[in-house]
Design a protein around this ligand. Structure first.
Ligand code: URA
Length: 271
């Protein structure tokens, strides 16, 4: 009997087996993997030498692009550029089928907070809590983020653009096992992030962690970058250590506080 199971159920079943101590998959009948490997190699050799019949009337570059598919970065640029407002951008991102991260995630985590806020915060990507709830920064790191910005008078929920913040991530889908997004994933999702900033039109950006700095400044090394204003997309941006880092390294909170005060001063026209 075969049973249709979805990705999440299959993963849960596998994890359960691993917890029970299963380390190998054993079938009822032995499998001759040497014979299989030979058959695969013969098949690959046949495919490599098989003539490719030209499509009637199709030029060679068209065949190439049909084989390789559209360029994900070009496609993302086109789709993001066509979005006229934030809901349209959220929809375009949700439907963007070129990024593998989308397949393993429960939710496309677009943004939270007040889209009219003067301050926009950009994080890395959703974790398990964010993936479940569909909102950025709702786990432990998110709670610390809220406390940090509350300390300079900003919240997600205030309707006042001067007393609120808007928050998103560099990638909207949770990477498997919370790994960092690959350079290819960052490149194809970057056009959506740039358009997101354009449409939200904040006065000031805060980039939390290395991944946001990589996507927007082309630089890593947050411990070196933090605390110094930079310009990106025509806006002042403050790189800051990620709240997840601050949870692991509480002694770094003192510097983060200095960075928050610099953000407050900039919003008040004093910095
Ligand atoms: N870390 C991030 O960078 N973003 C989130 O949304 C949650 C944790």
């Amino acid at each position: 009997m075969t049973m249709a199971i979805d990705w999440h159920l299959a993963r849960a079943l596998l994890e359960w087996q691993v917890e029970l101590g299963v380390s190998d998959a054993v079938l009822a009948e032995p499998v001759d993997r040497f014979a299989r490997a030979e058959a695969m190699m013969e098949m690959a050799a046949d495919l490599a030498t098989a003539p490719v019949a030209p499509l009637p009337g199709a030029a060679q570059p068209a065949i190439q692009s049909a084989v390789q598919g559209p360029d994900p970065v070009a496609e993302a640029t086109r789709l993001a550029g066509a979005a006229r407002d934030l809901p349209a951008l959220a929809e375009a991102l949700q439907d963007f089928a070129h990024c593998e991260l989308r397949r393993g995630a429960r939710n496309c985590v677009f943004a939270d907070g007040n889209p009219d806020a003067r301050l926009m915060i950009i994080g890395e990507g959703p974790g398990a809590d964010e993936d479940r709830q569909g909102r950025p920064f709702v786990g432990k790191a998110g709670q610390l983020l809220d406390q940090m910005f509350a300390a300079i008078g900003l919240s997600r929920t205030s309707p006042d653009p001067a007393a609120s913040f808007y928050v998103t991530n560099t990638v909207p889908w949770r990477p498997p096992a919370n790994r960092e997004p690959t350079p290819e994933e960052l490149a194809m999702l970057r056009p959506f992030l740039l358009r997101h900033i354009e449409l939200a039109a904040p006065d000031v950006l805060v980039l939390v962690g290395n991944v946001a700095c990589d996507a927007l400044l082309g630089q890593r090394g947050i411990l070196r970058l933090r605390g110094t204003w930079v310009q990106t997309r025509g806006l002042p941006a403050m790189p800051m250590t990620h709240p997840a880092y601050l949870l692991r390294n509480p002694e770094a909170k003192r510097e983060a506080w200095a960075d928050l005060l610099a953000v407050r001063a900039r919003l008040d026209g004093r910095g």
